[in-house]
Design a protein around this ligand. Sequence first.
Ligand code: TXA
Ligand code: MG
Length: 352
Amino acid sequence: METKLYTLTGSEKDDTIYKEAGEIIKCGGLVAFPTETVYGLGGDALNPAASGKIYAAKGRPSDNPLIVHIADLEDVKKIAKDIGEDFYALADAFWPGPLTIVLNKSDCVPVETTGGLDTVAVRMPQTEGALGLIRNSGGYIAAPSANKSGRPSPTKASHVWDDMEGIIDMILDGGEVGIGVESTIVDLTGDVPMLLRPGYITVDMLSFVLKKEVLIDPSILEVMPGQFRPKAPGMKYKHYAPKGELYVVKGTGFEAVAKKINNLAIEDIKNGERVGIIATKENESLYHEGIIKCIGSRADEVSIAHNLFSVLREFDDEKVTRIYSEELDTPKLGMAVMNRLMKAAAHKIIEC
Ligand code: TXA
Ligand code: MG
């Protein structure tokens, strides 16, 4: 199949693009589009065949449910039931924005979209690239991140092109995304709100708005995976994996960590490995081996989240076979970033 690639300009000209893209979705096709978190791979959420195509395009297991994206708050009533005060408080505070809310699903949402669950994850994204598409395609777009399953999530249209060219109908290029890690997921179907995936909206921000404690799914925090069964099915899969083998190096003090990484890199290079190092701006000068990439500044946490997936893909392009990263455990976004980094590293840690 030929994949069309259109660049959004933010002007009225985009309207014709949204119309064409909307028609594709209404006819059961797939369109990738920019959101503020990562690029999504959209299909009609109420059409089971479209959901099937999404799973096939990604090579994703079909028990891993899709998020339904809406552009109008009223539309949530069609796809979800038992919508309470907590939902409206969160939607009011954070939508449109990088928060996904899990609710009980109504009958019109096919189980193909929800991976067999009787709940549905709903999100109203922020970018015009997403909202324009949703409005023109019937209002309900199921969209996982637009990467092949297991690969780093796409933060640029070129990443989507690399993974999806020839497989989907259209890609809308809205430039680089703003945030760079996927939305926070909170489940409101239990007795207590529960964080299922960390993201830009932190637990403290959720608790502040809800005026109550938000529990954290224990699987998010576990060091060794497999101990707890995650409530968001997608969290159990191998994820974000770069082609090179990634290790997170932990220790007391940045100098000790850098020394360890430099020594590991020297050994590896001797053994013919191509080594990449993920450093923060504050510590970049401590490294002197391999291909050193600055991921952002500890003083600007968003820069780290923004660059994470992109840096992993760049190492793939440079055919790096081994990657070492500092711990990126910054105060607010550290939980979201470390969650992705540890998965990308398949939880391989080197302590020093
Ligand atoms: O930022 C985002 O959320 C991006 C953009 C495109 O909106 N989308 C995204 O989708 O990250 P995906 O499919 O890569 O991740 C969705 C996650 C998976 O871990 C899935 O298991 C979980 O959401 N999820 C979806 N529906 C759920 C449900 N009903 N209950 C629990 N977890 C659910
Ligand atoms: Mg994903």
